[in-house]
Design a protein around this ligand. Structure first.
Ligand code: 5AD
Length: 365
């Protein structure tokens, strides 16, 4: 049974026909809390229609390379936090990283995402690695190295980096403080400002269902994402890691995560949104469901096989590309299960694709 209020909220968010943030917030909260089966179908189908009409029924592929599990931070949710003495730490060298990028390229993937803990790697070393990767061919480089000074972001951009992912985790300063030791929301916002100003295709995101987070918080975060005009948004369920302060907290809800993806799609028709690895690492692989809720990116793992287990942000991480030889078939089959076809191009954000002279990857709209 579909409530009139749900239809109304859906229409309001979809048409962006609202007079105030508080009205939008209320509508988003209602969508986030949907659990009725008919309403769920309506929400997800509407989100997919919006996506397909604006960016096409396609799924982009990004190769993830986890370059270092060292970290100087103490985030209460993350298994890589510096206080976790049980974690085995590693750091890949420049040649290893380039080798992973070549491997991805040879499998037809045209974006590599380099991610690490905040390990303080020398910025010049990173720049050299980026330059090496750009020599492989027409491959986009996305970085996910956390908070760094603006001049380092600038150096990396100069070296050829195209995109940067930095999740906000929460736009509520108190909630943000409750999940990070010695960290301020303000500095994260400054980093996101710098990245956008420097011309990165910028991504942000949040976990869903960590301690203290409510539907109101998520609605506020979605409004923030929409206003900032990010090109990419990543959202996955919180999964408790046994060696962190949040060890005893329950996992985030898959339903709320899928609702959040659908709601985000309604607010941001063109955004690139992954079916996150966290969603693939729960009781079952929920990534096709994410694609059926409005997501359109998959991130197979191209880290060296023996390092993947060590990059343990949360337990039970399911990696596609367990056997790299099968990665293309796996991507095709997850896309198919999600009702999409694979787009093997670098799949830039539409505005950037035009600047880069790659309008063909910008999709129909
Ligand atoms: N569960 C789910 N996601 C997590 N992340 C960190 N720890 C966890 C966890 N326990 C997410 C954060 C971070 C991204 C790289 O991984 O949102 O930004």
């Amino acid at each position: 049974m579909i409530r009139e209020a749900a239809r109304y909220a859906l229409a309001r968010v979809k048409t962006r026909n609202h007079n105030s943030d508080s009205e939008l917030r209320k509508a988003l909260m209602l969508l986030l809390e949907i659990s009725d089966p008919d309403e769920t179908v309506l929400l997800r189908e509407t989100a997919c229609t919006v996506r397909n009409e604006s960016s096409g029924a396609r799924m982009a592929v990004r190769a993830l390379v986890e370059t270092s599990s060292l970290c100087n931070n103490d985030c209460y949710y993350c298994g890589l936090n510096r206080g976790n003495k049980k974690a085995h730490r590693y750091k890949l060298g420049r040649e290893d990283i380039v080798c992973c990028a070549k491997d991805a390229f040879s499998h037809g993937i045209r974006t590599v995402v380099l991610q690490s803990g905040e390990d303080g790697t020398h910025a010049g070393e990173v720049a050299d690695t980026i330059a090496d990767i750009k020599k492989i061919g027409d491959i986009a480089v996305t970085l996910s190295f956390g908070e760094r000074p603006r001049h380092e972001y600038a150096l990396w951009k100069e070296a050829g980096a195209d995109r940067y992912l930095l999740r906000i985790e929460s736009t509520d300063p108190n909630l943000y403080a409750s999940m990070h030791r010695n960290r301020k929301l303000e500095s994260r916002l400054e980093c996101l400002d710098a990245l956008q100003e420097l011309g990165y295709q910028t991504g942000s995101g949040i976990m869903i269902g960590f301690p203290g987070q409510t539907a109101g918080h998520i609605a506020d975060d979605l409004i923030f994402f929409t206003k900032r005009g990010f090109e990419m948004i990543g959202m996955g369920p919180f999964i408790p890691h046994p060696d962190t302060p949040f060890a005893r907290a329950p996992s985030g809800s898959v339903r709320t995560t899928l609702n959040a993806i659908a709601a985000a799609r309604l607010c941001m028709p063109n955004v690139w949104m992954p079916a996150t690895t966290a969603l693939g690492s729960m009781d079952k692989d929920w990534r096709p469901d994410a694609l059926r809720s409005g997501a359109n990116v998959l991130m197979p793992n191209f880290s060296p096989q023996e390092k993947r287990k060590l990059y343990s942000i949360y337990p039970g991480k399911r990696c596609i590309g367990e056997r790299t030889a099968l990665v293309q078939q796996e991507c095709e089959s997850i896309a198919r299960a999600g009702g999409l076809t694979v787009d093997w191009s670098r799949a830039d954000a539409p505005a950037f694709a035009v600047t880069l002279g790659k309008a063909s990857s910008a999709g129909p709209a």
